[in-house]
Ligand binder design. Structure first.
Ligand SMILES: Cc1cc2nc3c(=O)[nH]c(=O)nc-3n(C[C@H](O)[C@H](O)[C@H](O)COP(=O)(O)OP(=O)(O)OC[C@H]3O[C@@H](n4cnc5c(N)ncnc54)[C@H](O)[C@@H]3O)c2cc1C
Length: 393
């Protein structure tokens, strides 16, 4: 089997396949974790990017329950893999808090907690009052929040590197700096690089937002959106910024998300850009968003600033499927720390002949973005700008 892409999806698929006795080669264009897996905010948010109530509205209670259970399995698999392979990634299962940026968001949060408890048998999410939320995260102007005790955070790159070690240990042959230039699917599967080719019975495309040029037809269902993060220097009293070591985000469409690192830095993501060029000064761009929520950190130095591409789908559920023996999973829409463990597992299950769970996920594949190759990006940008404007209004 050949896996293209060395992020969480490719690494989990490779690890699972090797454990099932497949002979596996993984080809990574850059270094392991070079894509979103090495750059993300490290927030472990249980569930899908769409909440339980929305899943029920869109797919009906039975499929919604099935999807929710799969997302819980993703969380369990992630934690189990970290433990089993002793991955040192500063794992914290301290919970995830979504702050309500608008008073109107609270009603949705109550409905969400209620649906989770009643329909999904998930009693671990509850709504916090504005005062309770402010006691945990002293941000002005928030109206309360939804605390999910199943959430948490980790060090994203160390998680990817640990997965790579585990995969190597299971017999996967990993090749970095090996961009795949083309994949042929007729007459057996063949992945070509500059200097050679890998022939295999099965393949996995795990390139996420960077898939475009390699498989344009499959990539029509995802849209890369750039997102940026900053890290402060270690803070004297990290517990006064986030109590209980929670992972935190807010309910804005252009979401702010933040957590503490193991050495007491605030890792803060916020502000998206819909143009391919990064802001001229990423640190200044990120800091401006950070200071809107935490003006008390005006004196804190920004020591690191970086960005990455999030792949978004129209339904905000991932695009998981196959074309012949070429399998793929991508488009986690900003919630791709936990789900790839499940994606890797179900892809390999399907290769091994058990496609029941794969079919559930394939069955909710997102639609293509409208507008074709030329117009889909501008049309999408217009839509996103409209929602971002609503945030501001
Ligand atoms: C800035 C940012 C913040 C985020 N924050 C969070 C968060 O806090 N919580 C959360 O749940 N999710 C978050 N996400 C999303 C999450 O990081 C991703 O969904 C997840 O990492 C996707 O993993 P992946 O393995 O599918 O893709 P990636 O990690 O992007 O891996 C794809 C790999 O494929 C390689 N590749 C591409 N083309 C080729 C080729 N032709 N040949 C060989 N290799 C190739 C790339 O180099 C890359 O390493 C964030 C994403 C970003 C960008």
């Amino acid at each position: 089997m050949v896996v293209i892409g060395g992020g969480y999806t490719g690494l989990h698929a490779a690890l699972r396949a090797a454990e099932r006795g497949f002979s596996v080669i993984l080809l990574e264009a850059g270094r392991i974790g070079w894509g979103a897996s090495g750059r993300n905010g490290g927030q472990m948010i249980p569930g899908w990017r769409k909440g339980a109530s929305e899943l029920i509205g869109r797919y009906g209670p039975e499929t919604a329950r099935r999807l929710f259970d799969l997302s819980m399995e993703a969380r369990a698999l992630t934690l189990e893999t970290i433990e089993r392979s002793a991955i040192a990634c500063s794992l914290r299962t301290s919970g995830h808090l979504t702050l309500a940026a608008k008073a109107g968001d609270l009603a949705g949060m109550h409905a969400q907690a209620d649906t989770l408890a009643r329909v999904m048998d998930y009693p671990h999410a509850r709504v916090l009052t504005a005062a309770d939320a402010r006691n945990r995260v002293p941000v002005k102007g928030m109206h309360g929040g939804l605390l999910d005790e199943g959430g948490g955070h980790l060090h994203p790159l160390n998680y990817a590197l640990g997965l790579a070690e585990a995969a190597r240990g299971a017999g996967v042959r990993l090749f970095e700096h090996s961009p795949v230039l083309s994949v042929e699917t007729t007459g057996g599967l063949r992945a070509r690089t500059q200097t050679g080719a890998v022939k295999a019975r099965f393949g996995v495309l795990a390139c996420d937002a960077l898939l475009g040029g390699l498989a344009p037809r499959i990539a029509r269902r995802i849209m890369p959106v750039a997102n940026y993060l900053v890290a402060t220097g270690p803070l004297a009293a990290p517990g006064s910024i986030i109590a209980g070591d929670l992972a935190v985000s807010d309910s804005r469409f252009v979401v702010n998300y933040f957590r503490m690192s193991a050495d007491g830095r605030l890792i803060f993501g916020g502000g998206e850009r819909y143009v391919p060029q990064p802001p001229p000064d990423i640190a200044a761009f990120g800091r401006a968003h950070l200071l809107k929520l935490f003006p008390q950190l005006r004196q804190a130095p920004i020591t690191h600033a970086w960005g990455g591409l999030v792949s978004i789908t129209l339904s905000r559920l991932p695009h998981i499927g196959r074309e012949g023996n070429l399998f793929f999973a991508h488009g986690y829409s900003g919630q791709g720390v936990l789900i790839p463990a499940l994606a890797g597992k179900v892809l390999v299950e399907a290769m091994a002949g058990t496609a029941e769970r794969f079919d559930v996920l394939k069955g909710v594949a997102p639609p293509e973005f409208p507008g074709g190759a030329l117009l889909r990006a501008p049309l999408y940008v217009l839509g996103m700008l409209w929602y971002a404007l609503r945030d501001r209004l």
